[in-house]
Unconditional design. Structure first.
Length: 445
């Protein structure tokens, strides 16, 4: 693995635990109020999942769970550790490091945890080693002025591949594991726009580039519309704007529809292109998959100047996945029972055929799925079937799932028939953030 440049050590803020000693130098007056309780101490230790070794210079960002606002940030010391002194409350973490996948994996919602006053909570974060750690660099810098929760995007000028991270409370950000190239950077958050284009360059001779991204407040555009609930009772779901390249949520651009009028309104949208989505959260609903299939690109939207766009959504009840899958309230990968997992689900009403898909966390479909013309990339799965094994139809060229790697499987229900082999009407699908699983290291797990 390439050595992290010494500038990271300069940027690291070495914190120490503060000891609160009750009674020392205090008043002897029994009527005096007791001293206020001390803060909670959060100790984070970052390790490699490959060998449990400590990971120096991991970028650890702490967020308040209720509003997803970054409150503290630091780089791990030589012991792979950072300490945060915090108020009592619910928090979550995002951790990244050169040569490792981030935790949680991009696109996956972190798991909140509670920190109590005058308590010390220790959490170990295990990062998965990237397959190729022999090349690549990183870009670091600041949003100016120092504002937290900007989605920082880097697009390769040669491949157009996108990478993302979030700025911390001091405006600092770092994008690890970038292939050598020139990158166009963008900073996105509700109510702000970049003042000027910014790019960065990294190579084998210059593996790190430091940049400054100036931003200003911006009135922005408005997206509004209504939500229709198909064959289910009316409820509330989130309407969220995502970056099309990474599917990362744009900070501040997610709302819930009104429970009475079923309408929604997202304001202060920066200029740019987005993917609009309804019910991204695990709430038992999904966007009408039939509309999605028959209207490719229908949720791709763009704003060039402050303007208003109308967009309506239809949602329906989701298919329930049984295993292997993360629970609805947890988005870390569930350990599969085997290196060749069996996918199980609950039957969905009115279904005549199911379609399944398995992809890696780069978004590459490994097996199954649907083609643009409606044909299916696996053998027929009838309505009476509620489980299949990975690559049950023994297709040639299907890659084996790799031990220790994280994948996701999705399922669709259709009213089509075996005879026509064409998608007539997709009536439901599994949820966007379910079906996340990890392949065990050995077959005994």
């Amino acid at each position: 693995m390439k050595r992290i440049f010494s500038c990271l050590m300069v940027l690291a803020i070495m914190t120490t635990m503060i000891n609160y000693v009750a009674g020392c130098g205090g008043s002897d007056d029994p009527a005096a109020p007791p001293p206020p309780p001390g803060p909670g101490i959060l100790k984070i230790v970052v390790r490699s999942s490959a060998d449990n070794s400590l990971v120096l210079n991991s970028n650890v960002v702490l967020y308040q769970a209720e509003n997803s606002e970054a409150v503290l940030r630091d780089l791990t010391d030589p012991d792979g550790t950072v300490y945060f002194s915090v108020d009592e409350g619910n928090y979550y973490l995002n951790t990244s490091a050169q040569g490792f996948n981030s935790a949680p994996v991009e696109g996956i919602t972190p798991i909140p945890f509670f920190v109590a006053l005058e308590d010390t909570l220790e959490k170990e974060i295990f990062l998965n080693v990237l397959g190729d750690t022999g090349s690549g660099g990183y870009v670091l810098g600041f949003v100016d002025p120092a504002i937290n929760n900007f989605l920082i995007l880097a697009e390769s000028q040669s491949t157009q591949k996108n990478y993302s991270t979030i700025s911390g409370p001091d405006g600092f950000f770092i994008l690890f594991n970038l292939p050598y190239d020139t990158y166009d950077l963008d900073a996105l958050k509700a109510g702000y726009m970049m003042d000027a284009p910014v790019d960065a360059f990294i190579s084998s001779e210059a593996e790190v580039d430091t940049v400054n991204i100036p931003v200003s407040e911006y009135q922005g555009s408005v997206l509004m519309g209504s939500v229709t609930f198909l064959a289910i009772e009316n409820s509330t779901v989130d309407i969220t704007l995502l970056d099309p390249g990474t599917r990362a949520v744009i900070p501040g651009l997610s709302v819930m529809n009104d429970s009475t009028g079923l309408d929604y309104r997202i304001e202060s949208i920066p200029d740019g292109s987005y993917l609009a989505w309804a019910s991204l959260q695990n709430d038992g609903y999904v966007i009408d998959p039939d509309w999605l299939f028959k209207n490719p690109g229908g949720l791709d939207i763009s704003f060039m100047t402050s303007s208003t766009l109308d967009l309506n959504f239809s949602v329906t009840g989701s298919i329930t996945l049984v295993s292997p899958t993360n629970p609805a309230n947890v988005t870390t990968a569930f350990m599969a029972e085997s290196q060749v997992p069996v996918f199980r689900w609950l039957s969905y009403p009115s279904t005549k055929e199911y379609f399944i898909e398995v992809k890696d966390f780069s978004g590459n479909v490994l097996w199954g799925g649907l083609n643009g013309d409606g044909t299916v990339n696996h053998a027929f799965i009838g309505a009476d079937v509620d489980s299949v094994i990975y690559n049950f139809d023994a297709q040639s060229g299907i890659p084996a799932l790799q031990p220790g790697k994280i994948y996701q499987w999705r399922l669709w229900a259709d009213k089509g028939t075996q005879a026509d082999s064409f998608v007539e009407q997709l009536i439901s699908s599994s949820e966007d953030l379910r079906g996340i699983f990890q392949v065990p290291e050995n077959t005994s797990q």
